[in-house]
Design a protein around this ligand. Sequence first.
Ligand code: V55
Ligand code: FE
Length: 493
Amino acid sequence: MGLPPVSQAFPVTPQTSGLMAPCRFEGEVRHLEVVGSIPKEIDGTFYRVMPDPQFPAFIGNDPWFNGDGNVTAFRITDGKAHFKQKFVRTEKFTKEGEAHRALLGKYRNRFTDAVPFKVRSTANTNIVYFRDKLLACKEDSPPYAMDPITLETLGLYDFDGQLPSCTFTAHPKLDPISKEFVCFGYEARGEGTRDVCYFSFNQEGKLIENVSMVAPVCAMIHDFAVTENWVIFPIIPQTCDLERMKAGGEHWQWNPKIPFYLGVLPRRGARRFDVKWFTAPNSFPGHGANAYENDHGEIVFDLAMSDENVFAWWPDKDGNAPSPQEIVQKLTRFTFDPKSDMLDLPTPEVLLEDDMEFSKIDDRFLMRKHDHIFFDLMRREYTNFRSIGMKVGGGAPIYNSLGHLTISTGSYDIYNPGSKHLIQEPVFIPRSAEEGDGWLMALVNNLDVGYSELHLVDTKNFVEAQAVIKLPVRLRPGLHGNWVGSDELAGRT
Ligand code: V55
Ligand code: FE
């Protein structure tokens, strides 16, 4: 078989050098060094995943988004921290391991693969706990299930044959009250299709909602939002064209000519034609913080928004893309009546002018009114770029601080881990029943020493870390993670 040649070394490109050099480490380190102290009441596991290519790609300019999912578990108990890391055994990872080389081609373009794949998932975007399993998600495929203790891959997961879509979002949401697992898939009937499938599972794992819809365009729907009565689908103006893919081109192309579409569907008992596609001027919807219904029955939806194409490595048809420094995402609030026949959305309110992303709320308030939002923040003046030895870039998001916004009071706290430190998505760990009372935990890249650290910050004392947990390795920038309390894991044997 004439496979395309491939190097055994990663190219010295922004995607695979400096901070972005692949980590590729699997293993376990018990009793990590702790500077400061971890409160004994914290008992659970912080799971996160990073794209981390096992092999150098055989196609040029492979984006960070196409790396193999490598899952990290930080077990925190009795004031101690333990580390475990394992790649998801996807079909891609396994076949490439057997062949000793990359076989999967371009991001979400099977026409460029060296051998056929049944499932192209890299399982690299989010790691979510549902019932007794961890689900390693990539939005182009069903999830892979993993054992939450050993991180062993159990296999592709189709919810006991009930999964009604070819694809599964990387951002499913668990209703903290009903424990319903609210999900969707786009390109749900195959690549290039405009079909969107909304579905949910109850606590027992039974499929209880299943609606098939058609979006106005075939474009990326990365995150979504849920309220008590509605489901909301923000469409990123990155569009797909099957003919372009067949010609060996990119799955995505930025389209500045289409509006920002926001699909709104009743959450329960909806039918195919109940979806309404609201519109706003062309812009880029990033990750959501939360959505809820206010006293007037309006939807309040808080998310990161940008006027620019945040995924600049997929330019428009003329090759135009912003440079990374031009891209600013702001915490933005849409308030609108889902029953309105006026499909153009009212102008949103900008809650913060700072460059931010990766917001988290206290998950116990998900789908209901929240008052606290935590997020990653970039204040360029906090970072000593000249003294950071390690190159940063390659498409990974770069943030240097954590923010905490209290909406009712307008109070805004900032935690900065240091002038040579970059910070990844935080998770919130609750302490009392009060919304937002607890800790944030986030992975930090200490570019001074080249290793990674976990910072634990009390939300009531956002000035300095309560504990800095040191790792003897450098982890790559990752995407998403979640905190799973030991009480939630206790159900399993
Ligand atoms: C995102 C990440 C992805 C992806 C699509 O952050 C969207 C958004 C890591 O892969 O495939
Ligand atoms: Fe995401």
